[in-house]
Design a protein. Structure first.
Length: 505
């Protein structure tokens, strides 16, 4: 065990307010246990008389300060774990240096009392601090860190022990913001665990302390990765968000190491009610991009939260104009990740028609990406929307139909047939170029002569205006590709491509 003398000569380290791991005391070698079974049982029982009797009955029994278990726990550690305040009081009167003793994990008795939720023992130990020794001073005691670099308040918060946390925070309000070895402050831990009661307790204690110079720092980078307490709160509790907004509304603009604001986190889980809470307080958070140039609307699109984006656009109607570092709007990103529900939420609207014609840095429109992904649902939804231009060419000079025809070089699937029919039906054309140049430029048919012949036949049929392949029956002329709009949509039951039909023969 770590003796009280060692604890006094090497004062316990204190955590820092930075998010980096805090320095911890050097672990000490575990000594053989010197606490016999009878003495250990007596200490665990909390019976003072039984403990004294056990000590007197064994002439070889160690004194109060040196008795230790295999884990280096002193008698005071054992009493603290059991919540035996009376026994702890007796031990402190007889051996006050036990207050700063460490076990093999570098825990003080205060750590173990807080971990067990023994608030009476916590209050006793805090009250027993003394200015006569740095290790036993109030701050030396409350800010002592174990091998994990954590204080007793970390243990109390992790266990959800509000009474123990209240006693510690009241004694040393600065504990609330001190980071442990994992870069987490007790305040951040409480928010991440979704413990509204603990967050309120710590906030109230901090406010009551009236330490204005420290309050300004509370809530900043107090979690791993530069995350703040608000980053954690938005993932756990809307009520906690309200509490923090009332206390410090500037937290919504704090960014983590990836440049993400709390609103990015909300977008990643699609929490509409949390989104409204933040936007009503400060709508500018919707216009902050992360380190990769992604705005919250892009994150929501990537995750497929169509209704979230729809509600976001009601607050911020120009969200469709936000582009990432690659010039993509949220429609590009949704289609790239095959999130058709995002497209469906905007199908038939002017917003979709406007976004669908935007070209990214490679010149690709959302329709280009949908064809590349062979996503027949999204192609149908896009072509069912007025204003979508199917013949925009990208930086390679390719239209969406060019990409679909190129895909036939790898084989024709049912999905590809549907996409080709859909594009041809709604006026898509091939880019004007010589067919032999087209074949040479993209290396079509190099692996198989049959594939080249198949590709050539398809391309020629499209050029003269045919729908395309012999597998398409006469009934296809009377069956609109894309199917019908499902229930729940304003135009339920109508053919998806009804207003885009044209004569193709």
């Amino acid at each position: 065990m770590a003796s009280p003398e060692a604890a006094e000569t090497s004062p316990p380290s204190t955590p820092t307010t930075s998010a980096s791991p805090c320095p911890t005391p050097r672990p000490l070698a575990t000594a053989p246990p010197t606490m016999g079974a009878t003495l250990l049982r007596a200490a665990r029982s909390g019976d003072e008389r039984r403990l004294v009797k056990a000590l007197l009955a064994d002439p070889a029994a160690p004194d109060l300060e040196t008795a230790a278990t295999a884990g280096g726990n002193t008698l005071l550690h054992v009493a603290a774990v059991g919540g035996h305040a009376d026994l702890a009081s007796l031990l402190l009167r007889r051996a006050p240096r036990l207050l700063a003793a460490r076990n093999a994990a570098l825990d003080t008795p205060l750590h173990l009392a807080a971990r067990a939720g023994a608030h009476k023992v916590v209050a006793l130990l805090v009250a027993s601090s003394s200015s006569s020794s740095p290790a036993c001073s109030l701050r030396g005691l409350t800010r002592a860190t174990n091998r994990r670099g954590e204080t007793a308040l970390h243990d109390a918060v992790r266990g959800g022990h509000e009474a123990a946390a209240r006693a510690l925070a009241a004694a040393d309000p600065g504990l609330v913001e001190l980071c442990g070895g994992a870069g987490e402050s007790p305040f951040y831990m409480a928010a991440a665990a979704g413990s509204l009661g603990m967050v309120r307790l710590l906030l109230k204690t901090y406010r009551d302390a009236d330490e204005e110079e420290e309050v300004a720092g509370l809530g900043s980078s107090m979690g791993p990765g530069g995350r703040t307490v608000m980053h954690a709160a938005v993932l756990t509790s809307n009520e906690m968000i309200r509490e923090l907004l009332q206390w410090n509304p500037t937290l919504v603009k704090e960014v983590d190491d990836s440049g993400s604001t709390p609103f990015h986190y909300i977008a990643s889980v699609g929490n509409i009610s949390a989104m409204k809470l933040l936007l009503r307080r400060d709508s500018s958070v919707a216009y902050s991009s992360d380190s990769n140039g992604l705005f919250p609307v892009h994150i929501a699109a990537k995750m497929g939260y169509g209704q979230f984006i729809y509600e976001l656009c009601r607050f911020c109607p120009d969200c469709d104009e936000l582009l990432d570092n690659r010039g993509r709007n949220f429609l590009h990103i949704a289609i790239e990740h095959k999130k058709w529900k995002v497209v469906w939420c905007f199908s038939g609207t002017e917003d979709l028609g406007r976004m669908a014609n935007v070209m990214d840095s490679e010149g690709n429109t959302p329709l280009h990406l949908a064809v590349k992904n062979a996503d027949q649902m999204i192609v149908s939804l896009l072509m069912a929307t007025k204003g979508v231009l199917p013949n925009i060419v990208n930086n390679q000079g390719l239209t969406a139909l060019d990409l679909a025809v190129l895909a036939t070089d790898k084989g024709i699937s049912y999905t590809l047939v549907i996409i080709l029919r859909c594009l041809a039906w709604t006026g898509a054309v091939l880019s004007p170029r010589r067919l032999d140049h087209f074949i040479d430029e993209f290396g079509i048919g190099k692996t198989s002569g049959n594939e080249l012949k198949k590709f050539t036949n398809i391309a020629q049929n499209l050029i003269v205006g045919s729908v395309l392949v012999s597998t398409v029956t006469f009934a296809a002329v009377f069956t609109l590709p894309g199917g019908y709009i499902s229930d729940g949509h304003p135009h339920a039951g109508a053919p998806i491509l009804s207003h885009r039909q044209r004569e193709v023969w």
